[in-house]
Ligand binder design. Structure first.
Ligand SMILES: Nc1ncnc2c1ncn2[C@@H]1O[C@H](COP(=O)(O)OP(=O)(O)OP(=O)(O)O)[C@@H](O)[C@H]1O
Ligand SMILES: [Mg+2]
Length: 610
C-alpha cells in the first residue's frame, strides 16, 4: 500500500491542476461561476425560493413592529379591542411565516441537491475523458473524495450558506429599516460595531478554508488507503497485514481529525465572537437610551420596540457570521470541484483529423523509428528507434524481458500516449492525423488481466460493441469457448459477475474478455497474453478461442507461450526499448542471441509439460 505521490512527475499534467487559483481572487470567481454555470439553470425555482424568502424575512421585523402598538395601545391607552386584534395579527403573521418557511426550505435544499448533481455530472464527464497520463496522476481516492466529500460540503454551503445568506441579509435590512424609522441616532450608534464583526468573520473564513483544504488532502489519502486495503484484501489476509493496515488508517484518520477539529473550532468561534460584540452594543444602547429616557426624550414603548428590533437583529448577524464560515467550506470545495471540471485531456483530435476507415483487406501497421518515454526527462526511453511493419491480416509476436517496452508499444498504438519521435501508421495514415474515436474503434484490446465490471455476463461482453445484439453476444461467447460455462451458471447470460468479476475463475474471465473482443469485430487485435498458468484444459480452450479471434485480423500479440510464438508470422524481440532481433522461431533460435536465451528459460517448461 505504498502512497503514490499525487504530484508524480508528469509532463502532461493539465495547466489547471498545475496552477491553483489564489483563494482571495478565487473566492469571487467561484461565486460568479457557480451562479453563471449552475444556479442560472434553476432560475424559476430560485425566484420562487426568493419570494418565499422575502415573505419569511418580512414577517420577522413585522412581529417586532407589532410590539410597540401592543405596549402603547393595550397597556398605556387600555384599548380592549386591541387585546384581540393584535394577538390575531401575530397569529396571522406566524402562519404565513410557517408556510413560506416550508416552501423556502424545500426549494432551496432541492436546488442545492440539483446543483451538486449537475457538478458531479460535469466532473465525471471531464474526468473520464482525460488522457491516461492525467488519470494516472491522480489517485482514485482523491477522485472519490472530491466526488463525495467535496460535493457534500458544496451542498451544505449552498443550502445553508448561499440561500441563508440572502435571507438573513434581508431580515437584517428589514430590522434596520424598522430601527432607523424608530430612532436613527440609536441605530447609527449600534452600527459602529459592524466593521469589527466583519473583520472577525473574514479571518475565521480564511482559517476555515485553509483547514478544510488540508483536511481534504487527508480525506483523499484516507480514501486511497481504504480503496487499496479493500482491493488488496486477499494479500492483507494472506500476509497478516491487518494490524499494519489498521495502523496506517489510524494515523490518517487522526491527521484528518486534526484538521476537521480546526474547522469545527473556527466555526464554533464565529457565533460567540459576534455575541460578544452584540452584548457590548446592547449594554451601550441601554445606557444611552436610558439616559435619554431619564431626560424625557424617549417613551417606554418606543425604547422597548427599539430594543426588541435590536435583539432580533442579533440573530441574523449571528447567523450571517456562521453562514460565512459554511460558505467558506463550500468555496474551498468548489475550487477543487472546478479543478476537476476544467481539466482537459492532452491527447485530443487534431482539427484536421480524419476518421479512420479500414477497407476489406486493409489494416497494415507501420512503426517508423518510434521513440517514447513516460517522463520527458527519463535517461533511457521506454521505446527507442522501433521500426517494423505488419501486413494486413498478419500476426506478429512481441517477446522480450520484463520492462522491455512491449506493453508500451500497445499504449502508443492506441494513442494512450503520443510518440516523442517517429510515427505509427495504419494503412499509411499517421495515427495522430486520425480521430481518436475512429482509431480505437478499429482496435480490440485484450489485456493481460481481464477487466470485468460488476454487471451481467451479457453486458460485460457487449462492452466490446454497445449495439451488439443478443445473438451476436452468444455467437461471440460460443467462439470464445465461454457459452457452455455461462449456460451452466444460475442465471446464464444474466449472471452478475461481482466486483471485478470475482465470481468467475481466471480462465472464465479471460474467455469473457475474449468474447468481448470478438463482438467488437475490429480489424486490428492487440493481445497481451496472460502469464498466469491455467490448467491444461482451460488453457487449450483459451488458446482455441484466441486462435478464432485472430483469424483474418492484423494481430500484435505479446507472447508468453511457445504455441503463440510458433504461430506468428514474425517474432520481434524487444530489449531495453529497442528491437534486438526479429525473424521466425527457427531463425531466431539459430542466432543463439536473446531469443534463444529467453526460449531456454521461458518457453521450455511449457514444452516439457504441454
Ligand atoms: N505508466 C507508466 N509510467 C511510467 N513508466 C512506465 C509506465 N508504464 C511503463 N513504464 C516503464 O516503461 C518501461 C517499459 O514498460 P512496459 O510496460 O512497456 O514493459 P513490458 O515489456 O510490457 O514488460 P512486462 O513484460 O513486464 O509487461 C519500463 O521500464 C517501465 O518501468
Ligand atoms: Mg507488459
Amino acid at each position: 500500500m505504498a502512497q503514490l505521490p499525487t504530484n508524480a512527475a508528469d509532463r502532461h499534467q493539465s495547466a489547471v491542476l498545475a496552477q491553483p487559483v489564489s483563494p482571495a481572487k478565487g473566492q469571487w470567481t467561484m461565486i460568479v461561476r457557480l451562479g453563471r454555470d449552475y444556479v442560472r439553470r434553476h432560475l424559476t425555482t430560485l425566484s420562487f425560493a426568493v419570494v418565499a424568502m422575502l415573505v419569511t424575512s418580512a414577517s420577522t421585523p413585522l412581529l417586532s413592529y407589532l410590539v410597540q402598538p401592543a405596549l402603547d395601545l393595550i397597556f398605556t391607552q387600555k384599548r380592549a379591542d386591541m387585546l384581540v386584534l393584535i394577538p390575531l395579527a401575530i397569529v396571522a403573521v406566524v402562519i404565513v411565516r410557517s408556510i413560506s418557511g416550508f416552501v423556502e426550505q424545500a426549494l432551496v435544499n432541492g436546488l442545492a441537491e440539483r446543483i451538486v448533481a449537475d457538478t458531479q455530472r460535469d466532473m465525471f464527464r471531464a474526468q473520464i475523458h482525460l488522457d491516461l497520463t492525467s488519470l494516472n496522476a491522480v489517485h482514485s481516492g482523491e477522485v472519490v473524495s472530491k466526488f463525495l466529500y467535496d460535493a457534500q460540503l458544496l451542498r451544505n454551503s449552498l443550502a445553508r450558506g448561499v440561500a441563508g445568506l440572502g435571507k438573513e441579509l434581508l431580515t437584517l435590512i428589514g430590522l434596520m429599516i424598522v430601527m432607523l424609522v424608530m430612532d436613527w441616532q440609536l441605530t447609527l450608534i449600534s452600527l459602529v460595531v459592524l466593521p469589527a464583526v466583519a473583520w472577525v468573520t473574514q479571518a475565521l473564513g480564511r482559517s476555515i478554508r485553509k483547514s478544510v483544504d488540508r483536511g481534504m488532502q487527508e480525506t483523499s489519502n484516507f480514501s486511497t488507503t481504504l480503496s487499496e486495503a479493500l482491493a488488496g484484501r486477499r494479500i492483507i489476509k494472506a500476509y497478516g497485514l491487518e494490524t499494519y493496515a489498521s495502523a496506517m488508517a489510524d494515523a490518517q484518520i487522526s491527521q484528518r481529525l486534526r484538521f476537521l477539529l480546526r474547522t469545527v473550532r473556527a466555526r464554533a468561534a464565529a457565533v460567540p465572537a459576534t455575541d460578544l460584540f452584540g452584548g457590548l452594543v446592547i449594554a451601550f444602547t441601554i445606557f444611552y437610551a436610558g439616559w435619554e429616557g431619564l431626560h424625557g426624550h424617549l417613551t417606554l414603548g418606543h425604547f422597548a420596540a427599539f430594543l426588541a428590533a435590536m435583539l432580533l437583529a442579533q440573530q441574523p448577524v449571528r447567523n450571517l457570521t456562521q453562514l460565512w464560515t459554511v460558505a467558506a467550506e463550500g468555496l474551498s470545495a468548489a475550487t477543487r470541484i472546478f479543478e476537476v471540471i476544467d481539466a482537459r485531456p492532452s491527447i485530443v483530435d487534431r482539427s484536421s483529423a480524419k476518421a479512420l476507415a479500414i477497407a476489406h483487406g486493409g489494416g497494415a501497421i507501420t512503426f517508423d523509428q518510434v521513440r517514447f518515454s513516460y517522463h520527458g526527462d527519463a535517461a533511457i526511453p521506454a521505446v527507442d528507434d522501433v521500426s517494423f511493419s505488419i501486413a494486413p491480416g498478419q500476426k506478429i509476436a512481441l517477446v522480450g524481458p520484463s520492462g522491455a517496452g512491449k506493453s508500451t508499444l500497445f499504449n502508443l498504438l492506441l494513442r494512450f500516449y503520443d510518440v516523442d519521435g517517429g510515427a505509427i501508421r495504419i494503412d499509411g495514415h499517421d495515427i495522430r492525423d486520425l480521430t481518436l474515436a475512429s482509431l480505437r474503434a478499429h482496435i480490440a484490446l485484450v489485456t493481460q488481466e481481464p477487466i470485468l465490471f460488476d454487471a451481467t455476463i451479457a453486458e460485460n461482453i457487449a462492452l466490446g460493441r454497445q449495439d451488439a445484439s443478443r445473438d451476436e453476444i452468444m455467437a461471440a461467447a460460443n467462439t470464445a469457448a465461454a457459452h457452455d460455462f455461462i449456460m451452466a451458471m444460475s442465471d446464464g447470460y444474466e449472471t452478475r459477475v461481482g466486483e471485478g468479476g470475482l465470481k468467475l475463475s481466471g480462465g472464465q474471465r479471460q474467455r469473457i474478455a475474449i468474447a468481448r473482443a470478438m463482438v467488437r469485430n475490429a480489424p486490428i487485435l492487440l493481445l497481451d497474453e496472460a502469464t498466469s498458468a491455467l490448467d491444461s484444459e482451460s488453457e487449450r480452450q483459451v488458446q482455441d478461442a484466441l486462435g478464432e479471434l485472430m483469424r483474418g485480423r492484423t494481430t500484435l500479440v505479446i507472447a508468453h507461450r511457445l504455441s503463440t510464438v510458433l504461430d506468428a508470422d514474425c517474432i520481434f524481440v524487444l530489449d531495453h526499448g529497442r528491437v534486438a532481433e526479429s525473424g521466425s522461431h527457427s531463425e531466431l533460435l539459430a542466432r543463439k542471441g536473446l531469443y534463444a536465451r529467453l526460449y531456454q528459460h521461458g518457453f521450455e517448461e511449457e514444452r516439457v509439460s504441454g
